[in-house]
Design a binder for this molecule. Structure first.
Ligand code: MRU
Length: 354
């Protein structure tokens, strides 16, 4: 699946498959302005760290188109870029993409706004393509870790929908399945917004990969019964020491995996690594509306007046992570060294940032 994030340069519209409606309805949400994209990000029309990176880049293009009508074009564009980068705080890919777009602008300060729009359209498309390619590499590296006959437990959705295409954790599954391995997936439902039950199950089922869903609180029993051989999740931000933020509940899954001697892997592109954050304590954990916890499908399930905590992410300490499957290979502890080395090799491989 690679068509769920589509930009139409003629109309200047970004079309996003509305993930809030899946699996019941496949409808596209049309973003015509920066505010539309910020709304789509905040309300989870689109979600998943690498997908937010690609969408953030296209949002910059819409911002530049809007700035053409402004009085103080540069300042207005600058403010819109700042707002895009902050639409959700935990996934680093969003601010990473906006910084990359800013870099392109900085290097061509004399460019007209129309020129910048064309350059940014190309850059956004490049970010989208690069993410798909990175995920295919993650898949190839990760598939070697999954053996024939194994069951993989995953949490949330780190599939094609959470990226520009193919997926990270699910990219590993797709690649192993594509090699003819008999593998199965158990998808944790992932309360409160059910990305596992709705999205992971939807895309794996569509691709013919055997998948079953479980409540998040079933993980311990599954492991105790020997029903899981690998745990693979995605990541929203990987700190310099390897501490990894991902969907709330990931830390619990990693602790359980350790207690049962099951390898716990994180799959993520290098664009998810944030060397400026030294460890997990420095990662901002998004807190979302209480209503996501107190209501299901619009119906209140808890007594009115009882508050709820709704932390969207947690941080898995590096020592619980068996390996980080990246587009540059499988990194092993100590992550402070392996992450730095992988990123500096990546910097050498890529052409200097225009
Ligand atoms: O709140 P979400 O749905 O954006 O959270 C998504 C996750 O936690 C994913 O596991 C992560 O972004 C990795 S996606 C390849």
């Amino acid at each position: 699946m690679e068509d769920h994030i589509r930009y139409d340069p003629e109309q200047g519209v970004l079309f996003l498959l509305d993930q809030r409606l899946l699996p019941a309805r496949e409808e596209f949400y049309a973003c015509r302005s920066t505010d539309d994209v910020i709304y789509a990000i905040r309300e989870m029309v689109v979600r998943g760290a690498p997908a937010l990176g690609a969408v953030g880049a296209f949002a910059c293009v819409l911002a530049a188109r809007e700035a053409r009508n402004g009085k103080n074009r540069e300042a207005e564009l600058d403010a819109m870029l700042g707002a895009i980068a902050k639409a959700r705080p935990t996934a680093v890919n969003l601010s990473w993409a906006v910084s990359r777009m800013r870099g392109v602008w900085r290097d061509r300060r004399d460019i007209t706004l129309d020129g910048l729009i064309r350059v940014w359209e190309a850059e956004s498309e490049l970010i989208r393509r690069e993410d798909i390619e990175a995920n295919r590499r993650i898949g190839a590296f990760g598939a070697a870790l999954v053996n024939d006959g194994e069951t993989v437990l995953t949490h949330c959705n780190a599939g094609a929908l959470a990226t520009a295409g193919f997926g990270t954790a699910l990219g590993v599954v797709y690649a192993a399945f594509g090699q003819g391995k008999d593998i199965r997936v158990i998808a944790g439902e992932t309360r409160p917004l059910l990305q596992g039950a709705r999205l992971t199950a939807y895309e794996l089922h569509r691709e013919g990969v055997p998948v079953a869903i479980v409540c998040d609180n079933a993980y311990a029993l599954l492991m105790q019964r020997g029903m899981v051989q690998k745990v693979i999740t995605g990541a929203d931000r990987i700190a310099a020491n390897g501490d990894t933020a991902n969907k709330i509940g990931t830390y619990g899954a990693a602790l359980l995996a350790r207690a049962h001697g099951i390898p716990f892997y994180v799959a993520a592109p290098l664009s998810t690594v944030d060397l400026e954050t030294s460890d997990g304590a420095g990662i901002c954990i998004e807190e979302r509306p209480e209503s996501e916890v107190t209501c299901i499908a619009g119906t209140r399930i808890s007594p009115a007046g009882v508050p709820a905590y709704n932390f969207a992410f947690d941080v898995t300490p590096a020592e619980l992570i068996h390996g980080i499957i990246t587009d540059a290979g499988v990194l092993r502890p100590p992550y402070a060294d392996s992450l730095k080395r992988a990123l500096s090799r990546e910097g050498q491989r890529k052409p200097p940032c225009r």
